[in-house]
Design a protein around this ligand. Structure first.
Ligand code: PMT
Length: 407
């Protein structure tokens, strides 16, 4: 049993929905208990078609509950919700998500969800078609707006042999997110104002075509979400669609010029700026107002440099601001990052080798080196969420130790 886990002594209601992934909740329950949590299992009627009450009763911290109408406890729904430090639903099916979003309280788990003030985490798992259905997408957006943490499903093998997005997130990553929720240190950015940029800029050539790059925005968005979880008020300047979440104010932009204007307007007021966006270095000098016709032959594009946003931020950086740049490299990664650190006057550069298959553009994982002062921190391959967590924890601690945020 872990002595240091922030889950130690916490009361968690584990709601189990009626999906094939219900069997994985047993392992999740054991892991939470190994971390020192007291876990009360609540099974929906539908879940009992997939898993047995006896298993959860035998392995949980107390007997599993399956009904609102338990003879020994006339008001289990309010008592469970009031005593809980957290309500966790795994798997959260499309049906459970819909009932919770609509405020329907028709069995013990849904009633507990409506009757609790504790943080709620829904670990979604369902078939790909259901996950992508507009009703599910809207219900999840509604729950997120209300502050519910929705852990998205992973890609993998689903019931019936299909492969796609829909598989319950791994036990390890669910436990880690719950630890973050309880861990006091994750309020490391509480009261801070953080600006993050994400995605690749698009530099128009004509109304149809643009010069772009391979950035998906995943790494930058992971930073914005991590900063919000750590208690910051976040502004995300982003080139890809992003459904706003509590604590994150989104400004959508397309080109380097638009990103420059959005960022430079407000940059001085931020405690921390993270420039994760892949900003085009060049744009077409002329933008044709109409579609360039193929029949006119190959066009001659004359390029001009875009504004270097990070270099500008470095040149006007207030003393109490931490500036984090990125470096997307294909070789000599640390040396190039160190050069950018100096040239652009940043405090940190997060360097990644974009030639690696499991790092850089588009993928869910990254392998980065955090370059600063005379030192560097090499982080192993990890998912972009954990990379963001680790970098932000390190940066917040550094800012504290160096008196950058003196208030
Ligand atoms: O979005 P993903 O698919 O998740 O991929 C993540 C990522 C690979 C895009 C990300 O990890 C990353 O490396 N982002 C920086 C990409 C980049 O533009 O690197 P660069 O080495 O060309 O630029 C160095 C720094 O200057 C960057 O912080 C960049 O935002 C900034 N810059 C660059 C050019 C410019 N005109 N203005 C800038 O501010």
């Amino acid at each position: 049993m872990s002595n240091s886990s922030p889950l130690r002594g916490k009361r968690i209601v584990l709601g189990v929905g009626g999906g094939i992934a219900a069997y994985k909740s047993v392992e999740l329950m054991r892991r939470l208990m190994d971390c020192g949590a007291f876990v009360s299992p609540v099974l929906t009627k539908a879940s009992l078609r997939f898993v047995g009450e006896t298993t959860f009763s035998a392995l949980g911290s107390e007997s599993a509950r399956t009904s609102l109408w338990d003879a020994g406890d006339p008001i289990p729904h309010t008592r469970l919700g009031q005593q809980a430090d957290l309500v966790l639903v795994a798997p959260a099916t499309a049906d459970l998500i819909a009932r919770y979003a609509a405020g329907i309280a028709d069995e013990l788990l849904t009633t507990t969800l409506v009757a609790t003030n504790a943080p709620v985490v829904m670990v979604a798992a369902m078939h790909t078609e259901m996950w992508q259905h507009p009703s599910v997408v809207e219900n999840i957006a509604t729950l997120r707006r209300r502050g519910v943490v929705v852990i998205e499903p992973e890609i993998g093998r689903l019931a019936g042999g299909d492969i796609g997005v829909g598989r319950l997130a791994s036990t390890g990553s669910v436990v880690e997110i719950i630890e973050e929720i309880f861990d006091g240190s994750t309020r490391a950015l509480s009261g801070r104002k953080v600006l993050v940029t994400a995605g690749g800029t698009r530099e128009a050539i004509d109304p149809v075509r643009y010069i772009g790059n391979r950035s998906s925005g995943k790494q930058g968005i992971a930073f914005a979400k991590a900063a919000a979880r750590y208690g910051a008020e976040v502004t995300l300047v982003c080139t890809v669609p992003f459904e706003s979440e509590p604590g994150i104010n989104v400004i959508e932009v397309e080109s380097a010029q638009e990103m420059f204007e959005a960022v430079s307007d407000a940059a001085g007021g931020f405690d921390l700026v993270v420039m994760a966006a892949a900003v085009a270095d060049f744009r077409s000098k002329e933008i044709s107002p109409t579609k360039i016709k193929k029949s006119h032959g190959a066009p001659q594009l004359v390029l001009e440099p875009t504004p270097d946003i990070l270099a500008y931020l470095g040149s006007v950086k207030p003393k109490n601001q931490v500036l984090v740049g990125f470096a997307a490299e294909t070789g000599g990664v640390e040396a190039e990052a160190r050069r950018k650190l100096k040239d652009k006057n940043t405090d940190f550069v997060v360097a990644n080798n974009v030639l690696e298959q499991d790092a850089g553009f588009g993928v869910d994982t990254n392998r980065v080196t955090l370059v600063f002062e005379d030192s560097a921190l090499v982080l192993d391959l990890d998912d972009k969420r954990r990379i963001a967590n680790r970098v932000l924890s390190f940066v917040a601690e550094w800012a504290g130790k160096n008196g950058v945020w003196s208030d």
